[in-house]
Ligand binder design. Structure first.
Ligand code: ADP
Length: 492
């Protein structure tokens, strides 16, 4: 029954008023859809979006700049009400949004529904947080003065987002930006623009004034060049690869824009000998195989202490072989396709390198008979630090297991990377939990937990994984500027 319902919805994505083939600029859908969007599961073209460039990006920034003053002048409560309305529309369109998301990204529809809830949670949270941006009253430094610090919206925000979470990465930037009083131009990933445009349609219905939210599709380099150089853009917020993040940071340096980066990870997942092994295996499944391993916080390296190493591999392999590969709309699917041929080639290259350096494939290890970009969920043993997969994010369903002897070695291996986004470990020893948590050089640590994302907590990395936080009350501060005002002539 579930299957039937979703099959109908797939057919209906061409009917839903949420499916757009135009970009959303200055309050209207504009342009001609000439860049196709394909379903990675079937290869079928499911829609198209405009292939815009520098001129349209400039128009979008100017529309956002023109809308800024009035939007920033609204009371926090007025902004909060508009965000709340958007939240409610997103929740009520959840099934259509999930169908569009699965059609362009491939993840199982159950995960897509979860992502829409997660995406909506940021809108809800920042609708509330809009009312809680406060400044400070600072003690006077001499008689006759009073000092205050105000938090004001930073101005026009430019945002660039990836394809792995086509809804959540969008709301995580737009909602706090709007709550803070900023206006925004967002460029979604070319693989998954339809979810972004569907969210824009709902934002339009929620009543945000023209120019407050703009979604531009097209040539990443040309649009990126405008967004990082236009004098009216004051913050560039980017989620994506470290390489592109560094490029955008360089480009934005010419006009000294604030740059907020959420970049790649290389998450270690450590299992100590005092861990609850079954819980560690369940955490590993969630962390590694959600979204086919295509998340920046998914475990990339499993370090397992020698005495529990073989048992962990055996339990993990058993669970991995139960995963069900298939189209995201088919009943029971837990693993959809990878996003592209390029993604599957990277997975194959990492595996071939590991095997050539002595690793063994325990389960999976090859393309799935379904063809396309379907790949078998894989566990390998005998991983070592000289393998490419120890240094780079594989971004696919491969769990390499490294053996370690003691806590010190595990921490050193876990920290031996330029990345510093998420880390995970399993242990039941309270002293060890604090010791290891404090020593891991990561922005986020999951302890006896394979999932840690929530709108309530600050998400972000250190080292080459980023320089900002999204979510929580910290996330909204990225979109504000602190202004110090000293008022003289105050008489007693
Ligand atoms: P991924 O490898 O996950 O696709 P990317 O960093 O290449 O990660 O892509 C993330 C986002 O950055 C996408 O929206 C993409 O279009 C955009 N992007 C890629 N290259 C550039 C660029 N040179 N300038 C601006 N945006 C870019």
């Amino acid at each position: 029954m579930y299957l039937l319902k979703w099959t109908r919805t797939v057919r209906q994505i061409s009917d839903t008023r949420l499916l757009k083939s135009q970009a959303y600029l200055n309050g209207s859908f504009v342009g001609v859809g000439n860049a196709p969007v394909t379903n990675p599961s079937t290869g079928e073209v499911i829609g198209s979006v405009p292939d815009f460039g520098a001129d349209e990006a400039t128009e979008a920034v100017e529309a956002a700049a023109a809308a800024f003053e009035a939007w920033a002048a609204q009371t926090p409560k007025q902004r909060s009400i508009a965000l709340r309305h958007w939240f409610e529309l997103v929740v009520s369109a959840k099934e259509d949004l999930a169908a569009i998301l699965t059609s362009e990204q491939g993840k199982p529809v159950s995960e897509a529904l979860g992502e829409i809830d997660y995406a909506a949670s940021y809108i809800e949270y920042y609708a509330e947080e809009a009312k809680r941006i406060s400044g400070e009253v600072i003690p006077p430094h001499r008689h006759g003065v009073r000092n205050i610090a105000l938090r004001q919206p930073i101005g026009v925000v430019a945002a660039i987002t990836p394809w792995n979470f086509p809804a959540a990465m969008i709301t995580r930037k737009i909602a706090p930006a709007l709550a803070a009083g900023c206006t925004i131009v967002l460029k979604p990933a070319p693989e998954t623009p339809l979810t972004a445009l569907a969210l824009a349609e709902l934002a339009g219905r929620a009543g945000f004034p023209a120019g407050v939210v703009n979604i531009i599709t097209g040539d990443a380099r040309a649009i990126g060049a405008v967004l990082t150089s236009h004098p009216k853009v004051r913050l560039v917020s980017f989620t994506g690869s470290t390489e592109v993040g560094k490029l955008l940071m360089r480009q934005a340096s010419h006009s000294v824009k604030k740059v907020a980066l959420e970049l790649g990870g290389n998450a270690p997942f450590i299992v100590f000998d005092d861990a609850d092994l079954d819980a560690a295996v369940e955490g590993a499944m969630l962390s590694k195989f959600r979204n086919m391993g295509q998340t920046c916080i998914c475990a990339n390296r499993f370090y397992v202490q020698a005495s529990v190493h073989d048992a962990f591999i055996e339990k993990l392999s058993r669970r991995v072989s139960e995963l069900q590969i298939g189209d995201g709309f088919a009943e029971g699917t837990t693993q959809g396709p990878l996003i592209s041929e390029e993604a599957i080639l990277k997975v194959e290259a990492h595996l071939a390198d590991a095997v050539s350096k002595g690793a063994s494939v325990v389960v999976g290890g090859k393309r799935h008979p379904m063809g396309g970009t379907f790949f078998e969920p894989t566990v390998i043993s005998g991983a070592s630090s000289d393998m490419i997969l120890a240094r780079q994010e594989t971004f696919g369903p491969v769990a390499p297991v490294f053996r370690f002897e003691n806590e010190k070695d595990a921490i050193a291996a876990a920290n031996d990377t330029e990345s510093g986004l998420a880390a995970y470990f399993y242990s039941s020893d309270l002293s060890r939990i604090f010791r290891v948590m404090e020593k891991l050089e990561y922005g986020m640590v999951g302890i006896n937990a394979g999932l840690l994302s929530t709108e309530l907590a600050p998400f972000g990395g250190i080292k080459e994984s980023g320089n900002s936080r999204e979510g929580s009350h910290h996330g909204i501060l990225e979109f504000t500027e602190l202004k110090y005002a000293s008022i003289g002539g105050i008489t007693a």
